[in-house]
Every structure is written in C-alpha cells, then in structure tokens.
Write a protein that binds this ligand. Structure first.
Ligand SMILES: Cc1cc2nc3c(=O)[nH]c(=O)nc-3n(C[C@H](O)[C@H](O)[C@H](O)COP(=O)(O)OP(=O)(O)OC[C@H]3O[C@@H](n4cnc5c(N)ncnc54)[C@H](O)[C@@H]3O)c2cc1C
Length: 644
C-alpha cells in the first residue's frame, strides 16, 4: 500500500521524572490564566457526553466563556447515557489488594502494551478523585450494607474496583455532569448549542480557532470562533454499521479535524465486545450490549458436541464446555474482551455455536440464581435482564442468554500529547474521540473513567497552560479562514444533494459495514485488508455517483446528516485498512491471522511495532503519512499477556 513514513519520531510531550509523581509536579509547573482573565477566553467544547459535558462544566466553573455543542436535542442524550456496567477506580474499598499501581498495570497489560505509560498512570491516579466528585454531585452509586460504595469485578482484573449504579451507570454519571453543566448555564458561563453538528474545523495560522456547524433544525450553516477547540465527540464503531453504539454516533468531527491537519492514531484498534445480543436479521439497525458486569455471575458455555440441537436445559453438565473457565482458569469468565470475543468466535467457527444462526454462545445464570437467589440477581442486573427479554422474548431467569461479539468501542482516535492536545495547537481531544489511554484493547469500565478524568481533572490544567500563551479573542468569524471553511461545508452539502442516484445512504452504510466486519473486524489477514481497501475505494466512488439523498438543505434533514457521516466513514474505513495492513503483528483487538502463537493467542512484535501509529492526511485520500510515537515501558515488564 501507498504511504510515506515521517523520519522524525512524534513527541508525546511527557514530562520528565518518576511516573508516580510526574503529574503532580507537572501541574505545579504549568502556566495559569488568572481568575480575572479567564472570562476573556472563549472555549469551544464539541460534545456533551461524559468527556465533553464534564469539561464544559468544569471550564465554566473556572470562569471561562464556554460554547458547548451536541447533535442531540439535549446535552443529556449524549451516547454516554447508554453505558451500563460501571466505572473503575482504585479506591480499594473491598480491601482485596487494589492500588493505583495495580490499576495502572492492569490497564497497560489489558491494552497489550500499546498505550503511553505516563497517561495511563495519571488515569489510575485520578480515578479515585472521579468517584469523590461524582458522589458529591449525588450520583447514586450502589452501596454495601454498611454504607460504603459497592464494587464489582470487570474483565482483566483480579480485584473488584468497578463502581456502578445498577446497569445504568452512564446515565447516572451523565445526569451528575449535566447538573453541573446546567448550573454553569444558569451562571452564564456556558452556552448550549443542541442540534448543531460540527462539520469543519477552522485553523488560523496553524492554530484551531473555530468551528463550522450545521444547525440541524433549520439547516443554516453557522460560524463560531474561540481561543481553543475541544472535541469530545465519541467513537467510530458505527463504521461497522451494526454496533452497540447509538445509530447517530459518528466520526465526522474527528475526521474533518484530521483533514485539517490533526493526526489520526491507531485507527485499526477497535474493540469487539463479547457479550451482545446476536444479529437477528438484515433489517436491524443496531445491536444491544449485555454489560460485561454480567460475567461476574454469568457462566459462558457451548455444547461439547458440534451442532447439538438440544435446548440448553436438556444438555447435561458433563456435555457442556465452559470454555473461558477451561482455557483461562485464573481469570475465567472475566478475561478481557478481546480474549473472550476471540474464544467465542473460535467456538462458533468450529461448529459449537448455538441458536438459529450458530453464531452465539450461552451466558448462563442458573448457578448464580441457585447460589444467590433470584432476588439478588435481579437487584444486580434487573434492567439488563428486562432489556434482554424485551428484545428476544426469552426469559433469561429461565434459559441462558445467547450472546455473540459485536463492535463496541474504538481505542483509536485523534492523536493527542500528554496535554490532550493534538498536533494542531489549540485543538484538544477528549474521551473516546482521542486515542489515548487504552492501547490496543480497552478494559471494561475504563472508558467512563477516562472520559471523566479528561474532562474534570486533566483539561482544566493543560488547557489553561495553552491559553496562557494566547491573546484572547484575537480571531473573529470575519477572518477569511472562516469563509473558506464555511464554503467547503456548503459545497459538500450541495454535492450530496445533487447526486440523486439510485441507492440509499443506508444501503451504502450497510455494505461498508459488512466489508469492515468481515475483514477489519475480529480477525484480519494481509490479503483481506488489501482487497477490502480496494472495495472501499470502489464503494466510495459509487457513493458519489449513485447515492440518493432526500430532502432539502435548509430544513431538518436526517437523511442528509447521515449521508455526510457515511461519506466520512467511506474515507476513514480505508485508513483503518491501511493501518491494520501495515501493523504486521497481533495486539489486543487487532488480531492478524498471520501473527498468532501456537495456542492461537495474539503475537506481538515489540521490536517493530511498539509505537503509536499517527497518520497525517496528505491532501490525497489513501496516501497518508505515518508518524511514529515510540512507546517506552520503563516501569512495566513487556510480556506475552497471560490470563491463565
Ligand atoms: C452500550 C454501551 C455500554 C457501555 N458501557 C460502559 C460501561 O459500563 N463502562 C465504561 O467505562 N464504558 C462503557 N461504554 C463506553 C462508554 O460509554 C463510551 O466510551 C463513553 O461514554 C464515550 O463518552 P464520550 O463523552 O467520549 O462520547 P459520547 O458520550 O459518545 O458523546 C459524544 C458527544 O459528541 C456529540 N457529537 C458527536 N458528533 C458531533 C458533531 N459532529 N458535532 C457536534 N456534536 C457532536 C454528541 O452529540 C455527544 O454529545 C459503553 C458503551 C456502549 C456503546
């Protein structure tokens, strides 16, 4: 494939000193903006999920003038609301041996040694502050009998460190952030712009100074200027069409920032979650997650006999293969997601799958119900069981759930340095939209932790240091760069509406999704990636010739919104193929069939690939330039991951 490699290594701007004290010392050294000057700075925050919402609220509280955007009708409908199982923190309340160090180590190892040590240590350190902050906001975390906050276990850890609010942790955390946000709206520091989609970044003299949005209700194209731009627009799993993400989750904001110069890091690091309700048919537009928390008490199994037609209740114990417990006795059902997903796929590929399609395995609660009683299971997971029954019309208290892996989370995203700033000065990226802390595989309950660490605790410091070097309000929307960016957006909108072809936007998205799932999904081959890249290019060419986008530009037009997002996925999909093709190793969620150990596990190549792959857009699609940020591990020992 055609790409260039930049000769100079990319600098993550990690401060010097021991990892344990790096952040504290750095904070003390960072430049500050005085309280009286903060209101002179305008900060654009795109996104109102846990990352964007927490950042906007905190920056407003500090006194900055914040403009906050989202595509939903209310900030509190951001996709974070869907998070179910919990949020990690190294509080060690259960006294089971947890510590900041252990959370740091588990996260680095869980990510298959492809994350930046210093960021991950800071994340583990800040995890404890997040819980205090959220409790102060009134987030109703589950509690033990004695009043202490309760914990449960998630994959990749041998301690219980996951705080939760039943199966609705994201919703409760988001309501906490939203409460703080509304307080700032009332105080006049934050102005909300719901139903506004960022369609371009405005760069002036190399610095991010504004955005162009489409008002999704009126169709108007609007300009907004600021002294810095924070993008917290979530992940890009909907590139696969079917995923556990909300249908309107998208990569448009980060992709358009990429086309304005921001590097896109590790785009092929995507997470396939092992426990989702299997695909039921071609008419489906999304998949539903069954939270990883269920693996605390649910046991995963398949029939030992291939193609066993009996219902699960008639398969005796000795004819069942509890394959995760058999293969990984030390972690059992709580192995990390990439490991569990691949094991389930192997079982189905070898004929042990269940259900009508054979693409499912059982998640069984019979033992837990016997041991704990139905009431306890209901208290822990009640809403998830209800959700399962509503969708499948089967009662999981009576029969095991059927589950299969599905696209869920993207570890890749815009490249950021230790300050969460991209290579475009002033453009900061938070939450799932950045590539930062999870390496090649994210551990369960660590995304909420990262989004809130970024928004509540990191950006308030590092953004101040950037702004302290900037004169406030220097650029207004009259600058020619705004006219240029607005013009480019108008041209794209008009082009989409002018094609008037024969295929719907959904059909194109579906076709792209199938290609991505089959060849850039749970397992990848060099040849498959090269061929898929060509197919995506052909599909993109057909899209611009044959797509049918309905409606008018100056009105509420969801078909047009979706068309823009699919057009971007047809470009990002190609970069995902290139990245996966170039990385001649397996690590975390990136599993290359040609790089596996004798036992079928991921085979890393640390000598060649212990780096972040940050791709620069060269102006020509499909010919990116690769910047490598070398990854050093002075504090942890690089080893083959072992969960046995
Ligand atoms: C079903 C499900 C369950 C999960 N459960 C857990 C869990 O239990 N624990 C855990 O740690 N993680 C969980 N995750 C992952 C976690 O929820 C997400 O990674 C996290 O919430 C992302 O937060 P965010 O703020 O980065 O983005 P989001 O919450 O996705 O917010 C994105 C924001 O950006 C806005 N936006 C997007 N594009 C544009 C645009 N172009 N212009 C303007 N605004 C835009 C949206 O309106 C929204 O406000 C789960 C994920 C899913 C899908």
């Amino acid at each position: 494939m055609d790409f260039q490699v930049a000769p100079e290594p990319l600098d993550g701007k990690v401060p010097e000193g021991p990892v344990e004290t790096k952040w504290q010392r750095y904070q003390a050294e960072l430049r500050l903006v005085s309280p009286a000057n903060k209101r002179k700075y305008t900060v654009i925050v795109v996104g109102t999920g846990l990352a964007g919402g927490s950042a906007a609220a905190t920056l407003g509280e500090l006194g900055y003038n914040v403009l906050n955007f989202c595509i939903q009708d209310s900030p509190r409908r951001a996709h974070s609301v869907a998070a179910q199982g919990g949020i990690n923190a190294a509080k060690n309340y259960p006294n089971d041996g947890d510590s900041v160090w252990r959370l740091f180590y588990d996260t680095i190892k869980g990510g298959d040694f492809r994350a930046r040590e210093a960021n991950v240590y800071r994340l583990a350190e800040l995890s404890v502050n997040i819980i205090d902050q959220c409790v102060a906001q009134g987030v109703p975390f589950a509690r033990e009998y004695g009043g202490l906050l309760a914990n449960r276990s998630f994959g990749g850890a041998q301690v219980s460190r996951t705080f939760y609010a039943r199966g609705q942790t994201g919703q409760q955390l988001l309501l906490g952030a939203y409460g703080s946000l509304m307080r700032q709206v009332d105080a006049g520091t934050v102005k909300e712009f719901p139903r506004h989609e960022m369609l371009d970044l405005v760069v002036v003299d190399g610095h991010a100074k504004g955005i162009i949005c489409r008002n999704l209700v009126t169709g108007e194209i609007e300009r907004f200027a600021g002294d810095a731009v924070l993008v917290a627009t979530g992940g890009y799993s909907t590139a696969y069409f079917l995923s556990t993400n909300a249908v309107n989750s998208n990569a448009t904001a980060i992709w358009r920032c990429h086309k304005r110069g921001a590097y896109f890091a590790n785009p092929c690091f995507t997470q396939i979650h092992p426990t989702c309700i299997p695909v039921q048919g071609p008419g489906q537009s999304k998949l539903t997650l069954m939270s990883e928390s269920l693996r605390n008490d649910g046991r995963v199994w398949v029939p030992k006999n291939q193609g066993d037609p009996r219902p699960p209740s008639q398969i005796p114990e000795d004819e069942r293969d509890y394959f995760l417990e058999r293969l990984y006795p030390a972690f059992g059902n709580l192995v990390p997601r990439d490991i569990a997903s691949r094991a389930a796929k192997r079982m189905c590929d070898t004929g042990h799958g269940v259900g009508t399609t054979g693409l499912a395995v059982y998640l069984d609660f019979a033992d837990a119900i016997r041991r704990l009683g139905r009431e306890v299971v209901e208290q822990r997971y009640g809403n998830l069981f209800e959700m399962y029954e509503e969708i499948t019309a089967e009662d999981p208290y009576e029969a095991p759930m059927r589950i299969y892996p599905a696209p869920h989370y993207t570890m890749g995203g815009l490249w950021v340095d230790y300050n969460l700033m991209s290579n475009v000065p002033g453009l900061h990226v938070l939450g799932e939209a950045n590539f930062s802390d999870h390496g090649a595989n994210r551990l369960g309950a660590s995304a909420l932790m990262q989004g809130l660490a970024d928004g509540y605790f990191v950006i308030p410091y590092t953004l101040g240091a950037y702004l302290a070097g900037e004169k406030p309000g220097e650029v207004t929307t009259d600058h020619p760069a705004f006219a240029e960016a607005e013009g480019a957006v108008r041209v794209t909108v008009a082009k989409l509406l002018q094609v008037k072809g024969k295929k719907t936007v959904r059909e194109f998205h579906w076709e792209l999704g199938r290609l991505m799932w089959d060849h850039v999904g749970m397992s990848r081959t060099k040849e498959g990636l090269a061929a898929t890249r060509e197919k995506i290019r052909a599909l993109r060419e057909e899209f611009w010739r044959n797509v049918d986008v309905l409606g008018e530009p100056a009105e509420l037009n969801q078909n047009l919104e979706m068309a823009g997002r699919v057009a971007d996925y047809l470009e990002l999909g190609e970069l995902m193929c290139i990245d996966a093709w170039h990385r001649d190793e397996s690590c975390g969620g990136h599993f290359r069939e040609d790089y596996r150990t004798a036992e079928g596990e991921a085979q890393r190549s640390d000598e060649k690939f212990a780096y972040v792959a940050a791709w620069e857009h060269t102006g020509q699609l499909g010919s990116p330039r690769l910047h490598k940020e070398p990854l050093d591990f002075p504090n942890v020992h690089l080893a083959q991951r072992n969960y046995k």
